[in-house]
Design a binder for this molecule. Structure first.
Ligand SMILES: CC(C)(COP(=O)(O)OP(=O)(O)OC[C@H]1O[C@@H](n2cnc3c(N)ncnc32)[C@H](O)[C@@H]1OP(=O)(O)O)[C@@H](O)C(=O)NCCC(=O)NCCS
Length: 195
């Protein structure tokens, strides 16, 4: 059974194997520390007990989620990364443990209107996970993952470079922050501003 605990700075040294996954967001060290300092409620890990011997047990990090709260009129929480160790996938750790807890904190403690996140358009597993638990595509962000500079809205969709901005509406919002047909609504990252 998974246990949930706050992420600690030293966990950065035992999660490198998880971070090697090509779909896992990797950030500079200061970025993780900034989240730990300013948004500690939104940075936590799941751990599993592994038995080395009959007498020796050890807690192993199976995944983590990091996020923050932002916006004022559009007060919401944002998931910056969620990832699960390959050994522990498909047993609902992300959906029933990490994302569920993130939602409860967002809904009942911060009382934000919605949660949002960006997912690569070709990350079909993650897309199906989010859709299964109620997230809806709000818009396609053209070139969000393109490192080659400014983007042009006229270029065709490219699933490897574009992101879906997905949202789930919470109690305080009652669906107002969602829209239909989000997959066909395109924008550039620079146009994403929260009031
Ligand atoms: C995406 C990821 C977080 C899913 O974590 P997980 O704990 O294995 O997912 P869950 O067990 O909670 O799965 C929930 C649902 O997601 C979908 N899903 C997850 N893994 C899947 C797989 N390998 N094949 C097909 N569907 C899958 C299914 O709909 C699944 O429900 P089901 O098992 O009832 O069919 C994990 O694969 C991962 O860490 N990927 C790399 C990092 C990443 O892509 N993060 C998201 C970036 S936005």
């Amino acid at each position: 059974m998974s246990s949930l605990n706050p992420f600690e700075p030293s966990d950065l040294f035992v999660t490198q194997n998880i971070n090697l996954d090509p779909f896992t967001e990797n950030f500079p060290l200061f970025f993780y520390l900034e989240y730990l300092i300013f948004h500690p409620n939104y940075f936590f890990k799941s751990s599993e007990t592994s038995n080395y011997t009959d007498y020796n047990t050890h807690q192993r990090v199976s995944g983590y989620i990091m996020g923050k709260v932002e916006g004022s009129q559009e007060y919401h929480s944002h998931i910056s990364a969620v990832t699960i160790d390959k050994m522990y996938r498909r047993v609902k750790i992300s959906s029933n443990v990490l994302l569920d807890c993130f939602k409860k904190i967002s809904d009942h403690i911060s009382k934000v209107k919605f949660i949002d996140l960006f997912v690569k358009c070709d990350n079909l597993l993650a897309l199906s996970l989010y859709e299964k638990i109620g997230y809806k595509v709000f818009r396609r962000v053209v070139g969000y993952y393109d490192v080659n500079g400014p983007q042009n809205l006229k270029r065709p969709n490219d699933d490897a470079l574009d992101a879906f901005d997905m949202r789930i509406s919470l109690e305080r919002d009652n669906g107002e922050s969602l829209k239909n047909g989000g997959k066909n609504s395109r924008c550039l990252a620079e146009n994403i501003v929260f009031t």
